[in-house]
Design a protein around this ligand. Structure first.
Ligand code: MG
Length: 357
């Protein structure tokens, strides 16, 4: 079969000639031949498969630059890339769904009523950080106040980690004040951008700290609403009615491999690259997950760095969280357990109980 005109190829691929011209310009799909005189584009029927792939990827909303990358990959790797893209879309959609639900409540006037009804909700909290048994420095930082809880785990070594995690906490600290529920998410997102900017400045001032970064998992309260910001592999858990839920998603390579069904959770625990982060606040880009939750009296939250949960199993966490009453005792016991388990990393825990005052 000979070459097809752009019109015939457009019909066969169900892409418009305009889209085909754009894909040519972007290098996604070059015509097999361009007439040097008329400039008409001609396509080989064998290019149909790639054209369809581009069209399908466009239909799921993949950005053009990423489509270009997928098209260059062998099929199994391309499948992995589509899967990774889609997990990202789903987590972004989940965050937007929570925000939409909040806005519906807010605009329906429910928020004002709930603020009054829950004026008596508060938190009782405790925070503790420990160097562990094998590290020379504690690069974790934490904060706990009446409205703000935060854990940050610095990366980068040579004191860079300590500086980075402290800078993230500093950027958040001013938020520990009365804020309207409608501003919680914006305030958290803004603080993350500020933390990112300050890391950028730190590296500009002292280039030896290049490569520094930090995780951040933090919660901010207002009335009965609770906003959560998360980036990296520190975690937030919720203990509700005796059950423990991990409410953050690790931004790690191994978590992505688990999500894509390529490795099991058990394999992830011993994977050689288990600590490799896909996202952190690092002075370059920071794309945090944001969520909103309804706080309920009786709920207990745990924020922790990976030094805790890589050593202490979820079962054991649930056991301590559901049987030890005082938050101070809880954080002490959890850190003891991590150290008894070898204490390979810094360990930081924040525990907060939602209580009626
Ligand atoms: Mg750590």
């Amino acid at each position: 079969m000979g070459l097809l005109t752009i019109g015939s190829f457009a019909k066969a691929s169900r892409l418009s000639p305009k889209a085909l011209r754009l894909y040519d310009e972007l290098g996604l799909l070059r015509p097999a031949h361009v007439d040097p005189v008329s400039g008409y584009r001609f396509y080989d029927p064998g290019q149909l498969e790639r054209a369809l792939l581009v069209a399908w990827l466009r239909r799921i909303g993949m950005p053009l630059a990423r489509i270009r990358m997928v098209c260059e990959l062998p099929a199994p790797a391309a499948a992995g890339e589509v899967s990774a893209y889609w997990s990202g879309v789903e987590s972004a959609t989940a965050a937007r769904r929570d925000l939409a639900a909040f806005l519906i409540d807010y605009l329906s006037g429910k928020d004002a009523a709930m603020l009054d009804a829950h004026k008596t909700l508060g938190i009782r909290y405790a925070v503790r950080s420990d160097i562990g048994l094998h590290r020379e420095l504690n690069e974790d930082s934490a904060y706990a106040g009446a409205r703000l809880l935060a854990v940050a785990d610095g990366l980068g070594g040579h004191a860079g980690g300590e500086v980075a995690s402290a800078a993230a906490i500093e950027a958040l600290r001013p938020l520990d004040a009365e804020l309207p529920a409608g501003e919680l998410l914006n305030a958290l997102e803004h603080a993350v951008h500020q933390a990112n900017d300050s890391l950028q400045q730190i590296v500009q001032t002292d280039p030896s700290l290049k490569g520094l970064g930090t995780t951040l998992t933090a919660m901010l309260w207002s009335g009965s609403q609770l906003a959560l910001v998360h980036i990296g592999d520190s975690r937030a858990y919720l203990l509700r009615d005796g059950e423990l839920f991990q409410i953050t998603h690790d931004h790690t390579l191994v978590q992505t491999l688990v999500d894509e069904g390529r490795i099991t959770l058990e394999e992830a625990a011993s994977h050689p690259q288990r600590s490799l982060l896909l996202r952190a606040i690092d002075g370059k880009q920071s794309a945090p997950d944001l969520q909103l939750h309804d706080a309920k009296a009786g709920d207990r939250y745990l924020l922790c760095s990976d030094g805790l949960y890589t050593v202490v199993s979820a079962d054991r966490l649930r056991q301590v969280l559901s049987t030890v009453a005082d938050p101070d005792d809880v954080v002490r016991q959890l850190i003891d357990l991590a150290n008894q388990g070898g204490g390979p990393d810094n360990i930081t825990c924040v525990v907060a109980d939602v209580v009626e005052l």
